[in-house]
Design a protein around this ligand. Structure first.
Ligand code: HEM
Length: 389
């Protein structure tokens, strides 16, 4: 510590103690008026009750009235601010609609106390979404891991019988754009929501802060790409995801997952499980996550973005995104290690006819009967003749 610093500290301490001992000139006069020592509320003597508070209208006083009887007491102003009152701001309303509102008005969300909106949002996020959403996601991952280690991959991975084009290049590129952006969004979302529990202790504040900042920016850019590719994926696959013959039976037998023989009930191009994932995961949760995400990215034209809109959008977005991550954890599991031969179809576009017969028998029958072409993309490479598998 330098000598100059020490000297300044000493002089400051001297000045403060002298000030504390020397009564302010108006001190005695103010004390006679009922305890108000000066404009500085820290100097009001607590043992002397300000007689102004005995006024029957005391609680209803405006800040100006309070200032007259108790100079320096700004409680009505702060009470107004805490209740969400709007004050003056020189910023234009069009750009900063809420600049005059220091503290948001009171509100109660499911799971929060009745309190100021910012605090209510914080309670919902920290007391519910983070612990229970995180637990749900871990339970989903744990269940898949247990299933994998007890039951192993589904299907026999049957080969042969020629190739059927299951996904055209367009369908695959739409799917993979969607899948890649989803994984970016999921990983960055996990770091933003849960990183402080598992990454912060390992990386330290500086690295964790920088990483989260980069991932948050990536999240904001990947979101719109995901939104566009989700619409394309929806339009591309919706035709084959409407309920069809055999879907109910497939669902009732849970796709034969628990049958001893491992026989999968017949289905069309997509089975009922895939259709549930499509309508619940892609369509419903996708629409909710994307629309709330676009609000948070401030990309919805003609919408203003006050804090409460952002807080509500955040709560909706994180709940739907967490549910979506659970649903797609199942989808990604079945599309990779969980089912033999499924990944190959989405990677190369083609599956073996024997695989098609094992997993989508009605679809296979339609291909064999010539109702659905074995090669759909054009210009078509000469497709191998599909033999009866
Ligand atoms: C790493 C991530 C992903 C992997 C490995 C993956 C893998 C697969 C595979 C292998 C298939 C073919 C299934 C079959 O042949 O029936 C498939 C189909 C499909 N995937 Fe993915 N996927 C991923 C992410 C996503 C995401 C994020 C979405 C949408 C939000 C999605 C939507 C679809 C759709 C709509 C289908 C067609 C099946 C249907 O419409 O029911 N996938 N995926």
């Amino acid at each position: 510590m330098s000598k100059r610093y020490l000297l300044m500290t000493f002089l400051l301490a001297l000045g403060l103690s002298a000030a504390a001992q020397t009564p302010a000139p108006q001190d005695s006069a103010a004390a006679a008026k009922g305890g108000i020592q000066s404009q500085n509320i820290l100097e009001v003597k607590p043992e002397v009750k300000p007689d102004a508070s005995s006024d029957p209208n005391y609680a209803k006083q405006t800040n100006a009235e309070r200032g007259r009887v108790q100079p320096g007491n700004n409680a009505p102003m702060w009470r107004g601010i805490a209740a969400g009152a709007e004050g003056y701001s020189s910023l234009p309303k069009s750009q900063a609609p809420e600049a005059g509102v220091l503290i948001q008005a009171q509100v109660q969300y499911p799971g929060s106390r009745m309190t100021t909106a910012g605090e209510a949002w914080r309670q919902v996020r920290n007391n519910w979404i983070i612990p229970y959403g995180g637990a749900l996601f871990l339970i989903a991952l744990g269940a898949l891991a247990i299933f994998y280690f007890t039951r192993g991959p589904l299907g026999h991975g049957a080969h042969g019988g020629g190739k059927i084009e299951r996904f055209t290049p367009f369908e695959r590129s739409a799917h993979w754009t969607n899948a890649i952006t989803f994984v970016i969004l999921a990983v960055s979302g996990i770091v933003m929501a849960f990183g402080k529990f598992f990454l912060l202790p390992a990386l330290g504040l500086t690295l964790f802060g920088a990483l989260t900042y980069v991932l948050k920016s990536l999240h904001n850019f990947a979101g719109p790409v995901f939104a566009v590719s989700l619409v394309i994926v929806f339009l591309t696959f919706v035709r084959d995801n409407f309920p069809q013959r055999g879907d109910l039976g497939w669902l009732l037998k849970a796709g034969g997952v628990f049958s001893k023989t491992g026989y999968e009930p017949p289905s069309h191009r997509f089975n009922a499980g895939e259709k549930v994932v499509f309508w619940f995961g892609v369509f419903l949760l996708g629409a909710i996550s994307v629309s709330s995400g676009l609000v948070m990215d401030q990309l919805v034209p003609s919408l203003t973005y006050p804090r409460q809109t952002m807080q509500i959008a955040h709560m909706i977005h994180s709940v739907s995104a967490l549910l979506m991550m659970c649903v797609f954890a199942l989808h990604i599991y079945l599309g990779t290690i969980g089912m033999r031969g499924a990944y190959q179809g989405m990677r190369t576009g083609h599956v073996d006819a024997a695989w098609a017969k094992e997993h989508h028998e009605y679809w296979y029958d339609d291909v064999v009967a010539g109702k659905i072409p074995a090669q759909r993309s054009s210009p078509a490479a000469p497709a191998e003749q599909v033999k009866t598998a």
